[in-house]
Design a protein. Structure first.
Length: 290
């Protein structure tokens, strides 16, 4: 068995402290409530606008915020988030700028903040420097979409040493052995991709999602967040009893894209989050029901 396949303790277990992510999921479970993880591409249309959008999303009920770091080749993302990344890059957004956004947000909100990025910007900054900067700014964790557990040893060591959670992706194509490896490398929560392909809005949830979620549950006790294709309240409602949280991204960035002004974008994202969170509150998380 490789080192990456050996289960690791969560940040709460190793540090003795309960982080914001763990605390938020514990509170949700106590209320029997499905969580809502909101993805926002930082810098679309500007970092100043993103600050307002994130604060509005948190105020409207988002339980966790994923701050997307724009990247020139976002291969895991569908057209909506690709265009958001392109707009953010044109506005001059960098990883350093996103981390500074985290610092500004942390002074105004206690919502858990996760940096959602590809590995290239982290590598360019330097893994140790990235971990130092993210921790000092007040981030709670990071999700590096294209970093596999087998290649994540240095990254995980650096990030965990700064008290940050590492969220990894599990897919429908993951074998049971690989799910165990992914779970062993994850802390905070495990992100389950609901379907193969890229991000984007879909009409319906996959019929085999409950069985997939049960298979992942056998590999981990971490909270389970399901994303990719979730855009409507009925999608969120379906996840009640299956997952601990729903992840919504493309639907929110679509609101930003079509808004005629920053004020309109802030209002539209807040309204969509409230609608989705209302559906989430009606969902009973499997963890709390057990």
């Amino acid at each position: 068995m490789s080192d990456a396949a050996i289960p690791r303790k969560t940040q709460t277990e190793t540090s003795g402290r309960e982080g914001r992510i763990a605390r938020r999921f514990r509170e949700l479970a106590g209320r029997g409530e499905l969580g809502l993880v909101a993805y926002i591409t930082a810098g679309d249309p500007t970092l100043a606008a993103s600050e307002r959008i994130v604060l509005a999303a948190a105020e409207a009920g988002a339980d966790v915020i994923e701050l997307g770091v724009p990247f020139s080749d976002p291969v895991a993302d569908g057209p909506t988030i690709q265009r958001a990344s392109e707009r953010a890059l044109r506005s001059g957004t960098t990883l350093a700028g996103v981390i500074e956004l985290v610092r500004r947000l942390r002074a105004k909100t206690d919502v858990p903040l996760i940096l959602f990025t590809y590995f290239n910007p982290v590598l360019q900054m330097g893994v140790e420097k990235f971990a130092d900067a993210a921790s000092a700014a007040g981030a709670d964790g990071a999700l590096v979409t294209d970093l596999t557990p087998e290649e994540a040893g240095e990254y995980r060591a650096a990030v965990h040493a700064r008290g940050l959670d590492t969220v990894f992706l599990a897919a429908p194509t993951s074998t049971d052995e690989r799910l165990a490896m992914i779970a062993g490398c994850s802390s905070g929560f495990l992100y389950l991709i609901s379907r193969t392909g890229v991000t984007g809005e879909r009409e319906a949830m996959p019929e085999d999602l409950p069985a997939l979620a049960r298979r992942v549950r056998r590999a981990t006790k971490l909270p389970l967040a399901v994303g990719f294709g979730i855009s409507q309240p009925e999608h969120v409602s379906v996840l009640g009893g299956i997952a601990d949280a729903a992840v919504v991204g493309s639907a929110l960035m679509a609101e930003v894209e079509k808004a005629p002004s920053v004020d309109a974008a802030v209002s539209a994202v807040a309204a969509r989050v409230r609608e989705l969170k209302q559906a989430a509150r009606a969902g009973i998380s499997r963890r709390s029901a057990e």
